[in-house]
Each structure stands twice: as structure tokens, then as C-alpha cells.
Design a protein around this ligand. Structure first.
Ligand code: ATP
Ligand code: MG
Ligand code: MG
Length: 562
């Protein structure tokens, strides 16, 4: 690795090296380019569980604690009194979770150290959201308080176009659920899909992120975990800061609880316990360096030290414009007191220019989007009108024929077979899919059950590898994006095993890691899938169960027609 001969940099590098935490021992020693499409699940093991001792409540469970009761409860720090969760769709008499009753689970979007995030459709308003569900149950009151703090932090952030929007949160059966605005992808996935970004795109994202960061810093909030996996891209490629789980509230004096984020993006002064807004500037600088240079940031070793001594590797930064290089140098200044501030960066002439054209571009995109919507509406309206005018009699007869049929549930389009509203389905799928050769038939059976009436003369073939299937299937990885720690050999081998499973033709579609695992259907088929579950349990063997049910279903169908 060539180190610049510049005497200034040399003198900086010859200073006593910054102590590296023990977890970086195995980290790489130099800089390298990003490998395209590399799966995240091998590099990002989840964080170890909280360090607190085993809670007494484990041994003497306190039945009177309101949060350990089965009823869902709203979580909000704006109104301290406990409120039971209200929804016109929620029926307390049912065993199903509030989440299952009020949302249609579409697929898993990702996983971090705290929770799993699902793409869902709200049954109440029909909109799509992301719901983050804590991975583990509360282990006691302290653990619960710690988890609930993320809600408090979200509420403190408030509304801003460059921060992921919080909707509401609730707890049920010792799990926390946080409903947030749905984003299209995160910056890490975006860069993996698109490869090196054009500098113009980098400036645009940079501008958005600085605005989001200004919103936080103006409120004395420090994000503490800025990295591509915690940056989200929403409609029309707007960048937003998200995952406020490690956020510090400087005016609340909660610095004793501060945790460092990902070591690759971590500011050097954090090792000395200096928690300031400057740490966010450093992490954002690292993020921009990574996406602008397509660089694989080191987790430790010599490369990690060099970046924290103000040395930017020439072989990566050579193509950057002098403006971007200057800004990055100011953001990655080793001394946090001399580092650039968010206001200083936004006030720089180059950033003001970027802000102006970014504003114009977003307005133009929004305008074009509206025009396209109007055109689409007009087109479909004229198509209907044309059909009607061509043959009004057939149209009326056809229409009345269709409406006179006995009412049957609206068939879900094939792509929607992935929609599930049952969290418990995860375990069922795992069992089912351990049996080779059963997956395709099982999905066919489940999707067949979506059409209890006649099939409208169409063949609904569920193609597991269909590129037209829900968009989430195209995600390169849905693995954990949590802060990397040492990868144990067992973890690495487990990861390899998973990848082998995923590449096997029988397992490809239904792996637990699959972004949009195409499991059971929506609410209309929930009872059917329950029947299936019962049948699986009763017969133990899936292969014996399946043909019998398929046949009986066709017989029933034929009988009904007779
Ligand atoms: N609003 C969202 N829209 C789309 N995808 C999301 C959203 N929120 C989270 N995700 C996906 O889920 C992943 C994990 O989410 P998040 O980072 O919030 O979890 P976490 O458990 O707090 O992670 P960490 O270990 O970084 O603290 C993200 O990297 C992203 O891929
Ligand atoms: Mg995260
Ligand atoms: Mg988090």
C-alpha cells in the first residue's frame, strides 16, 4: 500500500497509533475495492445480547406487570399514561396478534441487531409501511426500557423529509413493534445493485443527508450510527437517515449509555469517550468516501489507522473532483474540534449550488410523476369508454353476467401469494422446506387455496423464479445489516451452509433468508393455512399429506360445480 511521502502526513502517521479495540484484531490491513453483490449475512453477525445480568423476573415472573400481559399496548413517550391500542379491525377475543390482525405481512426487508423489519400493508388505511419487530422478547423491565428507548428517540426526531418517519409503536407479548415509513431500499443495497455511483448522484445523496443531519444536530441529537445500511432511499431517490436506536440526546445527559456504532465508520475520538456531533460528521464522511470511491472500508488494522490520521488513499480518491476531496478531508479531520460542522458544510458554495439544483430536480421529478399519473388515468378511462362504444350490448351483457355470479373471494394475483400475515408461518415454512422436493407443490397448494371458487379459466402458475414476482425478490441481500463484530468460524460455516441451501434449486425460493419468502396467503386464506398446519402436525409427513388434499380439493371443486 503506497503511503504518501508528504512530510506532513508522515509526521501524523508517526504519532502514537490510536488504540484498537480487541474486536478489530482480525480485521484486514489495507484498502480494497468493494466486491459487487457480496452478501451481507457473512459480514454482519448480530450484536451480542445486552450485558445486563439475568433479570430476577426470569426466576419469579411478575404476572402483574402490565407489559407482560397478552393485550397489545401503545408505546409513546409523548403521552406517558398507558393506552390500549385501538383499531377498528382488532378483535380482542381472537388469539392473533395485533400485528397479524391489522397488517398483511408482505415480506422481510432486513434484519439488524435489534429487530427484523417487514414490509406490510395496513388493513386500516391500505398503505404500505415497514414494521420493525424486536428480535427477542423483553427479558425484564430494564431490557424493556432499553428497547422502548428507540421509540422515544424516534419521537424526538420528529418530522423531516430527510429522516425516516415514525408512525406509531406498540408492545405485545413482550415484543416491541415500531411502525415506520416504508423506504425502497437502503444505501448499502442500492450501491451493491448499481455498483460505483456517479459523482453527481453522490452529491445529491450527500446534500439530502446533510439536511437530515442538520435537523438532528439542531435538536442536540447525535445519530451515532451513520452508515449506508442505516440510510434509506425513498421515492424519487431521496435519501433519509434512519435507525435511531443508538442516538444520543446531548441535552438529556445520557452520555453514560452511549455506544459506538459500526467500527468502519466510527470517529477516532469515541475511543476516548468524546461523544459529540463531530462523530456524525466523521461517519458521514466515511460513508461518502465509501460510496464515491466504491471502497471497502477497513474494520481495523493499518488502513483503519491511516484513515483516522487524515490520510485518504490516493489510488481510490484520484478520480474525485477537488471540491469533493476538500469536503471529505474537512469531514475526516482527526481532531474533532477542528472538524467541519453541518452548518459549515451546508454553507459552503459548492453545497449551496448542489442544494439549488437538487431542489429544482426534485420539483421537476414530482411534476413529471403527477403528469404520468394523470395520463395513466386518462388512458384507462378512454380504453373503457372505447370498449363500451364498440359494442355496448356485449359490454352490458358481459357485465351483468359477471355480476350475477355467486360472490367468491377476489382471486389474489399470483405475485400476492407471498403475502402473509402470520408470523408463526415462519416456523412452518422452515419445517416444510427442510423436506426436499416439497416446496414447489406446497406453494402450489397454498396458492390454489387462494381461489376457492372457479379459476376464471386462467392458469395461475406460481413461478418461484419469476423475475416479475414482487420487487423485493430483486434485492441482492436481506441479511443482517447490524454492526459487524468478529465472525466466529461457526457463524461463517453456518453462513456458507445457508448459501448452499439457497443455491439449491429446491430451496431457492423458500429459504428463511429469502427476501420475499412466498409463503401462505393473506387473511382470506389464513384459515386454510391453519388447516394445513393442523394437517402437517397430524400426519407428521408432509409428502403423504399433499396429494390427498390436492385431489380432495379438486373433487370438492368438481362436486360444487355439479
Ligand atoms: N423503513 C424501512 N424501509 C425499508 N427497509 C427498512 C426500513 N427500516 C429498516 N429496513 C431494513 O431493515 C434493516 C434493519 O433495520 P434497522 O437498521 O432499523 O435495524 P436494527 O436492528 O436497528 O439494526 P442495527 O443493527 O443497525 O441497529 C435495514 O438495514 C433495512 O435493510
Ligand atoms: Mg441498522
Ligand atoms: Mg439500530
Amino acid at each position: 500500500m503506497p503511503v504518501p511521502t508528504d512530510s506532513l502526513v508522515d509526521s501524523q502517521l508517526s504519532r502514537t497509533p490510536i488504540p484498537i479495540p480487541a474486536i478489530f484484531k482480525e480485521a484486514e490491513h489495507g484498502f480494497s475495492l468493494k466486491k459487487r453483490g457480496r452478501s451481507l449475512c457473512f459480514t454482519a453477525p448480530p450484536r451480542p445480547p445486552a450485558k445486563s445480568p439475568t433479570p430476577i423476573s426470569r426466576f419469579f415472573p411478575n404476572k402483574h406487570q402490565s407489559w407482560s400481559q397478552p393485550r397489545p399496548q401503545s408505546v409513546s413517550f409523548r403521552s406517558p399514561e398507558k393506552k390500549s391500542l385501538y383499531s377498528r379491525l382488532y378483535d380482542e377475543g381472537k388469539q392473533e396478534l395485533f400485528f397479524d390482525q391489522c397488517f398483511q405481512k408482505i415480506c422481510k426487508l432486513g434484519r439488524g441487531s435489534f429487530g427484523e423489519v417487514y414490509k406490510v400493508k395496513s388493513q386500516e388505511d391500505g398503505n404500505l409501511y415497514a414494521v420493525k419487530r424486536s428480535l427477542q422478547q423483553f427479558r425484564g423491565e430494564l431490557d424493556r426500557q432499553r428497547k422502548l428507548e428507540e421509540v422515544q428517540k424516534h419521537e424526538r426526531v420528529g418530522k423531516h423529509p430527510n429522516c425516516v418517519q415514525f408512525v406509531r409503536a406498540w408492545e405485545e407479548r413482550r415484543h416491541l413493534y415500531i411502525q415506520i415509513e416504508l423506504c425502497e431500499t437502503n444505501l448499502q443495497h442500492f450501491c451493491e445493485e448499481r455498483g460505483p455511483l456517479h459523482e453527481r448522484q453522490v452529491w445529491a445523496f450527500f446534500c439530502d443527508l446533510l439536511r437530515g443531519l442538520k435537523h438532528l444536530h439542531d435538536r442536540n441529537l447525535v445519530h451515532m450510527d451513520i452508515k449506508p445500511a442505516n440510510i434509506f432511499i425513498c421515492s424519487r431517490e431521496t435519501c433519509k437517515l434512519g435507525d435511531f436506536g443508538l442516538m444520543l440526546e446531548l441535552d438529556r445527559g445520557n452520555l453514560s449509555e452511549a455506544q459506538e456504532g459500526d467500527p468502519r465508520y466510527m470517529a477516532p475520538e469515541l475511543l476516548n469517550g468524546e461523544y459529540t456531533k463531530a462523530a456524525d460528521i466523521f461517519s458521514l464522511g466515511m460513508t461518502i468516501l465509501e460510496i464515491a470511491c466504491n471502497m471497502d472500508l477497513p474494520k481495523g488494522g493499518e488502513g483503519w489507522q491511516q484513515l483516522r490520521h487524515g490520510y485518504l488513499p490516493l489510488e481510490f480518491t484520484a478520480d474525485l473532483s477537488p471540491e469533493l476531496l476538500n469536503i471529505l478531508t474537512a469531514m475526516l479531520e482527526p481532531d474533532h474540534k477542528k472538524r467541519a460542522t453541518v452548518n459549515g458544510l451546508l454553507a459552503s458554495p459548492v453545497m449551496r449550488k448542489v442544494e439549488t439544483w437538487r431542489g429544482l430536480l426534485l420539483t421537476a421529478k414530482a411534476g413529471i410523476h403527477k403528469v404520468v399519473l394523470v395520463c395513466q388515468f386518462m388512458l384507462s378511462f378512454f380504453c373503457v369508454l372505447w370498449n363500451y362504444m364498440r359494442n355496448p350490448l356485449r359490454w352490458i351483457l358481459g357485465h351483468s353476467d359477471r355480476t350475477s355470479r355467486p360472490s367468491s373471494p377476489v382471486p389474489t394475483p399470483p405475485g400476492d401469494c407471498s403475502i402473509s400475515s402470520d408470523l408463526e408461518d415462519d416456523s412452518l415454512s422452515e419445517d416444510v422446506f427442510e423436506l426436499p422436493g416439497i416446496s414447489g407443490s406446497a406453494s402450489l397448494l397454498r396458492c390454489s387455496l387462494t381461489y376457492p371458487g372457479e379459476m376464471d379459466g386462467q392458469d395461475y402458475i406460481i413461478n418461484n423464479n419469476n423475475p416479475q414476482s414482487p420487487d423485493i425478490n430483486k434485492r441482492p441481500s436481506m441479511g443482517s445489516t447490524s454492526t459487524p463484530r468478529n465472525i466466529s468460524p461457526e457463524f461463517a460455516s453456518a453462513g456458507r451452509r445457508r448459501s448452499i441451501l439457497r443455491s439449491s434449486p429446491n430451496m431457492s425460493r423458500i429459504s428463511q433468508e429469502s427476501p420475499c419468502s412466498q409463503r401462505s396467503t393473506g387473511s382470506s386464506t389464513r384459515s386454510s393455512s391453519r388447516l394445513l398446519d393442523a394437517d402437517f402436525q397430524e400426519h407428521g409427513q408432509h409428502s403423504s399429506f399433499e396429494p390427498r388434499n390436492l385431489l380432495s380439493m379438486f373433487e370438492d371443486n368438481a362436486g360444487n360445480k355439479d
